[in-house]
Design a protein around this ligand. Sequence first.
Ligand code: SAH
Length: 350
Amino acid sequence: MGLYDFDQEWFEDFLTEYPAFRVRQLMHGLYGNFLLPADIVGLPAPLRSKLSLEDKLRPTLTELARSSSDRGQTTKYLFRLHDGAQIESVLMHSPKRSTICISSQAGCAMACEFCATGDAGFKRHLSVGEIIEQVIVAARDAKKDGRRLDHIVYMGMGEPLANYNPVLASVRRLLDYVGLSARKITLSTVGIVPGIKKLSGEKLPVNLAVSLHAANDTLRSQLVPINKKYPIDMLIEACREYLEKTNRRISFEWALIKDVNDSERDALELADLALSLTPSAHVNLIPLNPTSGGEVLHFSPSPLRQIQNFYSTLSGLGVNATIRRTRGQDIDAACGQLSARISLSRRSDY
Ligand code: SAH
């Protein structure tokens, strides 16, 4: 357990000898200003030292390395957790926004064919504190650069809906104290149907992204093995229920893989699914990022021309789509490249 594993109620119990406003001040310092207890100068000195001396109230992420790309606009962090497990997160600045892409598990059990995280296997779930601390570290760094972290995407290592309770607790804590709106938080799922259904009932207007990648079961079961358990019909039904309950548009993610899922026929199938939802799904096209597993399987990114054709077919049918700009590919920080392994050729970056 670490500093960010504890909620306001816990601190109220821990600090019974102090008035309630001290706890609110502490929460504001921790989550609003990204400070450690020792640095929250508004708190009385004895309180600061009580907090700082408490073993379980220390931060738990050790930064092992960081690398940067896109002229300093993309930073990848490699952290070691208390038990030696490793995770990565990626901070991305663009002129309009600063986004942190965080991990929800160390490794991933989903084993999607084209993803480096899945390739490396599953280690363990992250605690709520370990999830939140990634945001705090990035927010603190962004602030140093005169930027304000304003978007959070659960698109790093792991499957957020397979670690449901800590992920949801982290979302709620970030909403309550960091002052972000739910619309700026995106949960991405491989398509865990019970998780989507549960999320429908949470009354949390976060964005939901579904990693679709194929619109027929034969291909999807090959690319995304969990499809055998939760096939497309079931998945779309869960999306429909989510839409009915939340009225929040869903997005579909689609990594474009040369000669695998980038044909005209694939685009037509995808358009059918996207338009079968109301409001229709937004499609995020991601040019495939290289991973070592992918090379073994001879997966390669679709050529630009094919990506443009795919996009035009979708738009021609009235499907809202965007082509996601790839960030940090040269430092293995792009979608599907996070493996928390320092590759030999890149070791000098760290
Ligand atoms: N497990 C969740 C969160 C990961 S988000 C999920 O599956 O949604 C990371 C996104 O990048 C997912 O859409 C994933 O399918 C996609 N991705 C994985 N490998 C990729 C690759 N090599 N190139 C492009 N996108 C990839």
